[in-house]
Design a protein around this ligand. Sequence first.
Ligand code: CP
Length: 318
Amino acid sequence: MTEQLRPDGTLRHLLTLEGLSRDMIERLLDRAQGFVRPLGARPPVSQSLTGRTVANLFTEPSTRTRVSFELAAKRLGADVVNLEVQLSSRVKGESMLDTVYTLQAMHVDVMVIRDAEAGVPASVAANVAPHVSVLSAGEAHVSHPTQGLLDALTVRQHKKSLEGLSIAIVGDIRHSRVARSDYYAFRTLGCVDLRIVAPPALMPAAEEFAGCSRHTSLKTGLKDADVVMMLRIQRERMGHANLPDADRYFAKYGLTPERLAGARPGAIVMHPQPMNRGIEISSDVADGPQSVIRDQVRNGVAVRMAVLEAVLAAGTGA
Ligand code: CP
């Protein structure tokens, strides 16, 4: 695995939450919490990253992650480049590494990479200059570390500590990078009762998600849960033949108010988005009083500010 830490223990790259210490994750979350403001208030700004440049290289679509990395960098005073891959020389056959070397020569300090192919962020991290950092913005089905951090921050805000909580992750676990990063974040922060709930065809391999209980029944998976994390069916990572029928899926696995009533009173409902309303979640729940889905989005900017600051300003805390 590519080394994510510098010899002095500070964060250089963020490719996965696997192996990050609880102390490191908590310091990133504490720093991110300091960047959170109520909706309607002015977001915090600083010049701590003035003169630094962040490039977004996304070869898969994104709304939240790409925009929040851009806002996070700008609010810390950095310059931002959003490479439109479809309009770049990638379409003429230029490799990802040659694209990265080109940006590096233009004094880009951080490469934020989303790619459908597993291993791309680590391969770039292994080849950039020593002063350059690589942040995964979503790697195939493997990893989405800043999503894992923002989800953990959201749980912490509503439930204080993850210790003692029952958390159910529901849906297409097999193809979900969010589920994998949430798994590492939630377990590292002390969640013991972590449940994965999915139809048999969307369960991950047996060797993954060690220590989690597995449920094919939504009812048993949700029973007395404190946190319910709903996931989208990752159609783009399935063969056509494997696509579940949307109506039948909703009938068995869609989160409705009636089903949510089986969780603990005061349970929070999360979803990394984009949502497929009427497939994995009803609008009543997505927009209802137990939903913290928009808090997750707000926290995404704060977490990405904390991560950018950590990799660019070593010694500031994380
Ligand atoms: N949650 C998430 O990664 O959303 P985007 O695909 O819009 O970035």
